[in-house]
Structure formats: structure tokens, C-alpha cells
Design a protein around this ligand. Structure first.
Ligand SMILES: Cc1cc2nc3c(=O)[nH]c(=O)nc-3n(C[C@H](O)[C@H](O)[C@H](O)COP(=O)(O)OP(=O)(O)OC[C@H]3O[C@@H](n4cnc5c(N)ncnc54)[C@H](O)[C@@H]3O)c2cc1C
Length: 249
């Protein structure tokens, strides 16, 4: 069985960065890049312009950025395997990593299998509907896009990250609405105060999204507030419901 000093599971930005650093330390890492468990290259493979990565003043396409990460890791001697890891035996040292075809012993293991934003299973928000066409889970990634400029934008959530998203979106939106299913936030007081004092933000308590609609991109949202349905104009819906770990193996 092959023996390595470092094995890395995952081929997103975290996995390739770990590979780059390990390779430059002459640790000759082996990267399980994944195949079925998640997208090879990670979440950035599913997006177009990445505008917040330093060094690319005009932005860079997500897949191009990931390809560059991969090439940089390869340049210093990382080894890549396009396989899923199916199990890891941590009861012994070296550990045993079992891929779909390859088994490796390793002295150390870096798990970089990512996380995914939680989404709502609601009409209009799914893949193939308005997901990434006005429905998103990352204001910092997408908020500056032209489709959101000077439009009413809706944020769903009640934690600190929902507050952050809402405050961030005030730069672009005509108005920001936070939809929260309860009548108080669980975010920290300082964040809640900032939100409640912001002239561009309105909180809609006891509210749930029921449907998102539009033509090419989102332009309407149906919400239920205290049992009553209301349809409103909407330029976008930002889901901020926390992250879930991808169950790697
Ligand atoms: C549509 C979209 C647009 C985005 N735009 C931006 C943006 O503009 N700017 C920004 O900063 N962030 C953006 N993000 C967020 C960014 O993509 C993530 O923060 C980043 O990809 C996380 O990197 P990661 O390496 O931790 O995980 P991921 O990118 O999720 O990679 C996880 C990796 O683990 C692998 N894997 C999982 N299980 C296994 C297994 N059992 N065996 C082997 N491999 C496995 C997968 O194949 C994948 O390669 C966006 C996300 C999405 C979905």
C-alpha cells in the first residue's frame, strides 16, 4: 500500500491551498479530489465571476480560479486523484484512507470537504428555477451584481450572518427587508441594533417565504406574514440560514 506523509481530501480552494503549502514544504501531498461526493474543484466550479479574490481587478471566472489553484499545487509536486474517499481508519497510525479505487496509509490527514449554505425548498428557489438568478446564499459574493442594483432585496434569517448580509446589501438595494419567522432575532445585540437603526432596512416579523417568481430573473416574492399572504416586488432573495457540513464519508 502506498504511504504518504500528508493526504488531503477535497479539491476546493481549501484543499488546493493545503496542497500548495504541503507541497512547498516538500511533504509530497496526495489530494483526493472527489468524483461523486461533491464537485471536483469545489463550489466555485458552479459560479461565474468571482470579484472578491485579490489580484483580479476585473474578476475571474470561478472555474478558471480553481484551475489556477490546481496548477499551482501541481507545480510543487502535489499528486491528484479523481476519486472519492469512502472511509478513513483513524484507529491506527498511520491512518488508512480508502478511496473508491486506491488505499493509502498516511501520517496526517487534512479534511477540506467544504460546507454548503442551507437552502429553502420553496417554489422558485430551486436549481433550474431562480437559484443564482436572483436567489442566492451569499451577498458578499453576488450582491454587487447589476440585477440587484436599486431593487428591493429580501434576506431570510435571524442570526448574525443575516444581519451582516442585510447591512451589506444596503449599499446596492433600494430597500432591504429581513424576513424572520419569529418575533425576535437570535443575532448579537450590537448587530441587531445596527440593523434596526438602519434607515434602509425594514424587518418583517413572523414572516415566511412561500414562492419566488419572475421572468429571466426574480421580480416577485410571495410571503406569508402572520397567516396572510402578500405579494411584493423583489429584486432578489438572500438566504442566510447557516451552513451544513457536507457529509464527506
Ligand atoms: C454559486 C456559488 C458562488 C460563489 N461565489 C463566491 C464568490 O464570488 N466569492 C467567494 O468568496 N465565495 C464564493 N462562494 C463560496 C465559495 O465557493 C466557498 O466558500 C468555497 O468554495 C469553500 O471552499 P472549500 O475548499 O472549503 O470547499 P468546497 O469548494 O465546497 O470544496 C469541497 C471539496 O470537497 C470534495 N469532497 C467532498 N467529499 C469528498 C469525498 N468523500 N472524497 C473526496 N472529495 C470530497 C468536493 O469534491 C470538493 O472538491 C460561492 C459559492 C457558490 C456555491
Amino acid at each position: 500500500m502506498k504511504r504518504k506523509k500528508v493526504v488531503i481530501i477535497g479539491s476546493g480552494p481549501a484543499g488546493y491551498t493545503a496542497a500548495l503549502y504541503a507541497a512547498r514544504a516538500n511533504l509530497e501531498p496526495l489530494v483526493f479530489e472527489g468524483f461523486m461526493a461533491g464537485l471536483q474543484g469545489g463550489q466555485l466550479m458552479t459560479t461565474t465571476d468571482v470579484e472578491n479574490f485579490p489580484g483580479f481587478p476585473e474578476g475571474i471566472l470561478g472555474p478558471d480560479l480553481v484551475t489556477a489553484f490546481r496548477r499551482q499545487a501541481l507545480r510543487f509536486g502535489s499528486e491528484m486523484l479523481g476519486e472519492d474517499v469512502e472511509s478513513v481508519d483513524v484507529s491506527r497510525s498511520p491512518l488508512i484512507v480508502r478511496g473508491s479505487q486506491t488505499q493509502v496509509e498516511t501520517l496526517s490527514l487534512i479534511i477540506a470537504t467544504g460546507a454548503m449554505a442551507k437552502r429553502l425548498d420553496i417554489e422558485g428557489t430551486r436549481d433550474g428555477e431562480f437559484w443564482q438568478k436572483g436567489v442566492t446564499a451569499c451577498a458578499v459574493c453576488d450582491g454587487a451584481a447589476p440585477i440587484f442594483r436599486n431593487r428591493p432585496l429580501f434576506v431570510v434569517g435571524g442570526g448574525d450572518s443575516a444581519m451582516e448580509e442585510a447591512l451589506f446589501l444596503t449599499k446596492y438595494a433600494s430597500r432591504v427587508y429581513i424576513l424572520h419567522r419569529r418575533n425576535q432575532f437570535r443575532a448579537s445585540k450590537v448587530m441587531v441594533d445596527r440593523v434596526l437603526q438602519h434607515p434602509k432596512i425594514e424587518v418583517i416579523w413572523n414572516a415566511r417565504v412561500r414562492k419566488v417568481s419572475g421572468d429571466r430573473v426574480v421580480n416577485r416574492i410571495l410571503i406569508e406574514v402572520e397567516g396572510k399572504l402578500e405579494e411584493r416586488e423583489a429584486g432578489g432573495l438572500f438566504l442566510r440560514l447557516g451552513m451544513c457540513l457536507i457529509q464527506p464519508f
